[in-house]
Ligand binder design. Structure first.
Ligand code: ATP
Length: 435
């Protein structure tokens, strides 16, 4: 983990935010390659949800919704107790008043591992802010702690506009915010994070079948994008772990360097959310079959993933160190679809027509994929720089190129170098990028 964190910092993928002021807890910034990698993770998700299916539509709902949303969803009531957190081994959170009942005197300690406890806070997981210039009653709003509720609020509109009938899904990617108090494990748990969530609305009697479908589907997505299957598992929640809305939840877990941890949750939310919003808003949120006249409140299966957590898993799983010709190299063996840069174009020399030729090849390739031109330093060092950020291909322009318009194409993983014509190079590479 330390090696991945160091690489992210060294190459500017991800680094602590507000560093000139000493940083801010659980908050990170993404630099150039980090932004590109993050975008590729999100694109791969959209591709699997929208491009490769015809039963899911896209949505981008507001971050700040009507405050009643969070009353109906249960988020407002669910997270407003005085909480303390174990600062020792187990990091669990407890209601301070409950602990005080069991430990009437002295300094409270963690009832699980005996560790010290944090100061108590009236802990609401949601960040509150106000609309308007003055803080007055009724103006409090919340930054969403999940994107899902925006989907439920728009259920009726999408039903009309998209002319769908269950089973169908609404997918959304966007920022969510949680007042997390556990500070550890890099971008695994942050105050603001991007979620990739899809609410799949089904006839109630099909809920179980679709729950199983989405568990398989989401597990396979990580495998298709290169994660070692042995490093993934599906873990069903015990009854006492289930959220208030869920009748069944399974997590896709990844074997992070710090142990098995949740990457994504797949929940059977039943009709909880639509029924709650119908009750609070007075609006009917149901499906009426135009043919049969049958009406019902759809049940919902939700695969909910985190972009940052997925990125961290993709980086941890692809991080490798090996040796080439007695020299140590660090390499991210990322799936080409995820790699921030797909191809590096490298003139062997800074003279003899190499740069001109290389520039032309680069300008042609970058029309099709993210390419990078690099003429700085020895060729070996330039390869190492690309290996470190996971660039799957490197094209080198040398003396022979100026004679016969061929280049060497180097593969990051096999280290093979083939001599190939410039003509058709973009097509050749494109064929090797897709998952
Ligand atoms: P955890 O138990 O780890 O707090 P959760 O079960 O509360 O997660 P969900 O509400 O199911 O998480 O959110 C769905 C996904 O969103 C998670 O699987 C995770 O990938 C991501 N996620 C949730 N909270 C955070 C966070 N604070 N930072 C980064 N990603 C997060």
């Amino acid at each position: 983990m330390d090696a991945v964190v160091a690489l992210c910092k060294r190459r500017g993928l991800i680094f602590p935010a507000s560093e000139i002021y000493g940083g801010i807890a659980n908050t990170y910034d993404y630099g150039h390659y980090g932004v590109l990698l993050k975008k590729n993770v999100v694109d791969a998700w959209w591709k699997s949800m929208i491009q490769e299916r015809d039963d899911v539509v896209a949505l981008d709902s507001a971050i700040i919704q009507h405050p009643r949303t969070w009353e109906a969803s249960g988020h407002l009531a669910g997270f407003s107790d005085p909480l303390v957190q174990c600062l020792g081994k187990c990091k669990q959170r407890f209601r301070e008043d409950h602990l005080r009942e069991a430990q009437p005197e002295g300094e409270l300690v963690c009832p699980v591992c005996g560790g010290d406890l944090s100061e108590p806070r009236a802990f609401n997981l949601m960040f509150a802010t106000t609309i308007g210039p003055v803080q007055e009653a009724g103006s409090t709003v919340y930054l969403r702690p999940e994107t899902a509720q925006g989907i439920f609020l728009d259920f009726k509109q999408v039903l009309q506009f998209a002319r769908r009938k269950p089973p169908f899904g609404i997918a959304q990617v966007g920022k969510s915010f949680r007042n997390e108090i556990t500070a550890r494990n890099f971008i695994f748990r942050t105050l603001e994070f991007e979620q990739m969530e899809m609410e799949y609305f089904v006839p109630p009697d099909q809920a179980l079948q679709w729950y199983e479908h989405w568990m398989r589907e989401r597990f396979d997505w990580y495998v298709r994008l290169g994660i070692e299957p042995d490093h993934l598992r599906l873990r069903a929640h015990d009854a006492d772990e289930l959220s208030h809305y869920s009748s069944a939840t399974s997590d896709v877990e990844y074997l992070f360097p710090f142990g098995w941890s949740e990457l994504e949750g797949i929940a059977n939310r039943g009709d909880y959310d639509l029924s709650q919003h119908a009750r609070f808003s007075g609006d009917k949120l149901e499906f009426v079959d135009p043919q049969s006249g049958e009406r019902y409140v759809p049940h919902v299966i939700e695969p909910a993933a985190g972009v940052g957590r997925s990125m961290l898993a993709f980086m941890c799983d692809s991080y490798d160190e090996d040796e080439i010709g007695g020299e140590q190299r660090t390499v991210l063996r990322l799936h080409p679809a995820l790699a921030p840069i797909k191809v590096a174009v490298l003139p062997l020399l800074r003279k003899d027509g190499h740069p001109e030729k290389a520039r032309a090849v680069y300008e042609e390739l970058r029309r099709h994929m993210k390419a990078e031109y690099d003429d700085g330093g020895a060729i070996g060092r330039r390869y190492r720089r690309q290996d470190e950020i996971g660039t799957p291909f490197a094209v080198t322009i040398d003396h022979q190129t100026t004679e016969d318009d061929t280049v060497t194409l180097r593969d990051r993983d096999t280290l093979e170098q083939e001599r190939v014509p410039i003509e058709g190079l973009a097509q050749r590479l494109l064929g090797r990028l897709a998952p």
